[in-house]
Ligand binder design. Structure first.
Ligand code: ADP
Ligand code: MG
Length: 390
């Protein structure tokens, strides 16, 4: 059953009446600029046609009741218990509840007291696969609370609150890209965001192109720990490079010439991490003109270079992702293929000539299965609208 129907039906069964509203917030896929959002770089995501849906109504009391239909679990919490992550009966919140509760907490941090709600949610964004199911949950609840309270935060403001929830409440040091893409997506367009100034523009996705997402089905645990380590290595690089470049505040401020001159001052591991970021930011600066002029071949090469860099320098790939990218890069119609999202498993993103997308998808599936013995999930995606009330 489609998650939108599932949440409507489950809400009716659980609460005995239909929901007042349904909120939807999509997952996202990033074409270029990986692991640079928390280094003030540029990213090129699109919201995809897979989303989290929340069926909800206001609640008469100050207790919120949330049902995670995909897990068959529910929680109840009230404002006094939010900060210490406990339910009204004193038991700890399950991990999944941190994302919606984190949104409530983030609103309270800017002086907005969100009303209690009754909600059922479900998603067809695969979890932990690099398509940002967590941001889609945050943005769907952000929209829900905004609707009940009658606030009018802009999509970017909601995205920043979602990032705050994930960094300070859930505890993952993420940048703003995931929430931004989920909040600000537009049909058939890519989004180009400057993560420092938060200025953004859209770029039409040529009708000649398809975005194909290929899920290795590999899920690694401890991803957030590895993620935070990469984040710390980038901070360490900035601290060390500041001795020679006192005005820099992020790796965004370092050109690759400067980096090459100073790289030997950095410990090997820090140097590799920082080199990926510096070079990836240079690649992503070229994205918009290449797409606008229809130079998909060069753009695709940058995607392939990005994969190699994530594999060899940032070291966030895994054998299955490398097979998926390698097979894709050898197939007709494929401009570029690379791992997307945090890494260590999950999905690749492929830019493919539209008329060859179906054949590409089935050949990729066969090639991956032959090599890894695993059956992948492959989605031909549409770039979609951002979060809102349905
Ligand atoms: P992703 O790359 O998909 O964002 P994360 O590890 O950041 O991976 O977030 C995944 C977590 O988000 C899940 O472990 C769960 O806690 C929460 N989540 C995502 N989708 C759902 C869902 N449909 N129902 C409940 N919780 C969800
Ligand atoms: Mg996430």
């Amino acid at each position: 059953m489609h998650p939108k129907e599932l949440v409507r039906k489950t809400f009716q069964e659980k609460f005995g009446l239909p929901p007042a509203f349904i909120a939807r917030a999509p997952g996202r896929v990033n074409l270029l600029g990986e692991h640079v959002d928390y280094n003030d770089g540029f990213v090129l995501p699109a919201a995809i046609d897979r989303a989290t849906y929340v069926a909800f109504s206001g609640s008469e009391s100050d207790v919120s009741t949330l049902v995670a239909a995909d897990f068959g679990e529910s929680v109840q919490f009230a404002p006094p218990n939010i900060a210490d992550k406990t339910q009204i009966d004193g038991t700890p919140m399950p991990e999944w509840a941190n994302y919606p509760a984190g949104m409530l907490w983030a609103f309270s941090q800017v002086g907005l007291q969100a009303p209690a709600l009754r909600a059922v949610f479900s998603s067809n964004v695969p979890r932990g696969s690099g398509l940002s199911s967590s941001a889609s949950v945050e943005m769907a609840f952000g929209v829900a609370w905004q609707q009940l309270a009658g606030w009018n935060q802009t999509p970017m403001e909601l995205a920043l609150l979602g990032q705050r929830a994930e960094v300070n409440y859930v505890g993952v040091n993420c940048g703003v890209m995931d929430q931004f893409a989920s909040a600000c997506g537009q049909p058939d367009r890519l989004l180009y965001l400057d993560c420092r100034t938060l200025q953004w523009q859209t770029v039409p996705l040529s009708p000649d192109l398809s975005i194909v997402v290929a899920d290795t089905t590999i899920r690694r645990k401890l991803t957030s720990g590895e993620y935070n380590k990469r984040h710390d290595a980038c901070q360490a690089a900035v601290r060390l490079l500041k001795e020679d470049l006192p005005t820099i505040t992020a790796l965004r401020d370092v050109s690759s010439q400067e980096f090459n001159r100073l790289a030997n001052k950095l410990p090997t591991e820090v140097e590799k991490r920082a080199r990926h970021v510096v070079e990836e930011i240079e690649r992503s600066r070229q994205a918009v003109p290449l797409l606008e002029s229809g130079n998909f071949v060069r753009f695709g090469q940058l995607m392939n270079e990005c994969h190699a860099s994530l594999r060899d320098l940032y070291e966030v790939s895994c054998p299955e992702l490398d097979v998926m990218a390698r097979v894709a890069q050898s197939l007709p119609g494929c401009y570029g293929a690379r791992l997307t999202g945090a890494g260590f498993g999950g999905c690749t993103v492929n830019l493919v000539a539209r008329e060859q997308a179906e054949t590409f998808a089935s050949a990729l599936s066969t090639g991956y299965e032959a090599d890894c013995g695993l059956h992948p999930e492959i989605y031909i995606c549409r770039a979609s609208a951002g979060a809102g009330i349905e």
